[in-house]
Write a protein that binds this ligand. Sequence first.
Ligand SMILES: [Fe+2]
Length: 325
Amino acid sequence: MRSMELARAAFKAVRDCARLKAGENVLVVADSIVDRALVDAFANAACALGGETQVMIFETRPEINREPPKAVAAALAAADLVLDLIQQYIIHTSAYWRARDGGTRILCGTGITEDMLIRLVGDVDYDELVRVGDRLVAIFSAGTECRVETGDGDVLTMTLTGRPQVLRDGLLEGPGDLDYMPGAQLSSAPIEESINGTITVDGSAYPPVGAVGEAIRVTYREGRVVAVEGGPAGARWYEWLAHFNDPKMFCVAHISVGMNPAARLTGNILEDERLVGCFVLGHGSQMPHFKGKLGRASSHTDLVAVRPRILVDGQVVAEAGQFRV
Ligand SMILES: [Fe+2]
């Protein structure tokens, strides 16, 4: 275990990303599957920075987005700052939304590992991340059409107009704010009925798959999945969507572009969806800040295309895993 590097990275995350102020009530929360060294590193950092620090660990749930135990829900709502390490994440639960509505700010590190914390937070220049993020926000905010080219001639297009561009740079701003460790991603909800075409997904599909191995092709009509082709990963992903019997699970909830220079394809969605220049399609539950039409659904799943060509109004923004802006 790289205990010193871990301590330094956790300290940076709590001080610079979560922006803990001395005297705040801090909850470090995890499920039982999470490495206790990681939990301790965050608790120790919060304590060293003057937080009134509490740790809660609850039994790992069989699936994501199950409501946490009542005591955890109450603690989430009571805290000024939550350092969330829960692996079977609860970001689309009522407990989470209530806590945020009440002013709790949350740094969510669901799925993060010791190695990822050191590489993707501890060793990354967050100031540069923010600079890249701000450039992308300007381009996507001013843009009308986003076009994504993948695979062997697949094209997916969508209209951006009128929807907020949400930069998750990994830094918490104020009460009720939510951001993720590691940073960073730019996300938005394109106009639903404008999302048409096909994308080759060569990175991840999670849940339930992880790294897809053999690429899958997903076709959309007016923002809904209408066909999934290719390999066992495609079949598994489609069956998982269908088993909810919830039409919203087939709908695009958000798009995202990743921008962490240290990220590599690992099969862990948290890292994969932050690959520089990747394109993410989220389906199902939609956070209210996207101002989309979808709202809450039974669950949520993301697809990652690793090295697409992304254009906004004809301008190449990213290509082959690099930004062109
Ligand atoms: Fe997502």
